[in-house]
Design a protein around this ligand. Sequence first.
Ligand code: SF4
Length: 318
Amino acid sequence: METHSSPLISVKNLSKKYLVKKNFLKKEYFKAVDNVSFDIEKNQTVGLVGESGSGKSTIGKLILKLIQPDEGEIYFKDKDVLSLKGKEEKEFRRETSIIFQDPRTSLNPRFKIYKIIEEPLEVHNFPKEERKEKVIKAIKDSGLDETFLDRYPSELSGGQRQRVAIARAIVLDPDFIVADEPTSALDVSVQLQIINLINNLKEKKNISFLFISHDLNVVGLLSEKIVVLYKGKIMEKGNAKDILFNPLHPYTQILIQSIPPESPLQRGKLDKIPEIEREPVENGCVFYSRCPIAEEICKTEPEYKKVGTQEVYCHLVG
Ligand code: SF4
């Protein structure tokens, strides 16, 4: 009999807005995340791709309960994340982790590497002897040897610092990690090494990742599923192969076309979307002002349509 296990993470209709202007007549809000839903299965990498300001880092922080949503639900192992408290919340913090974009700012420069990696174990009250064993294992699993533990972050290269950030993220043996642009501050040659490391950790340790990037090319190298975000809204989501080889949404199509064929890791592609002279419409498709194929109907809000493994936000698809 076929059994169906529930996803590791399930995000349902998540929304978050920020107040940008307020006077006695009205308040103006910026919609950072708008009705976002997707699942992450056990041992799966989901790539979340979008331009800067599209809301992708906000989604990562919402899932980890670092900020609160205005609307929506988040489930981790079938538990309602937003209502976790006390022991259950602490357990959630132990089972989830984050890797930030720039290890120069995410690693405390005053601490030696040992202390940086040990810190989460201390917070979760691991005994001292057990901590040492786990720190050594984490640094080795991240591709560095024990000699690095006695150094300061300033003595390391960018790639080595990101490996330390990864060691800290895995030291508690989490089931889920948000990797927030973990390669974008690195040289192209080092980016590939970090992508390989993340892929190996996923396989060896059964970790699920939400891999956030502005670069569809990078996301395509390690994701099983891709979610394409524009102005806080999902434009298209589905199996990575389908999104990469048969993109259905005009925005995804533009992103794919602008990937240069010569290199797997060129940057800046999301900045190269051709600008179209068209006024945005208040209650229509959010991509209307930049869409090369917009029609009159696009002045109304599209619904999501399912096409094969893909789900697309566009009137003209399907
Ligand atoms: Fe373009 Fe219209 Fe589709 Fe929006 S709904 S992406 S404007 S074609």
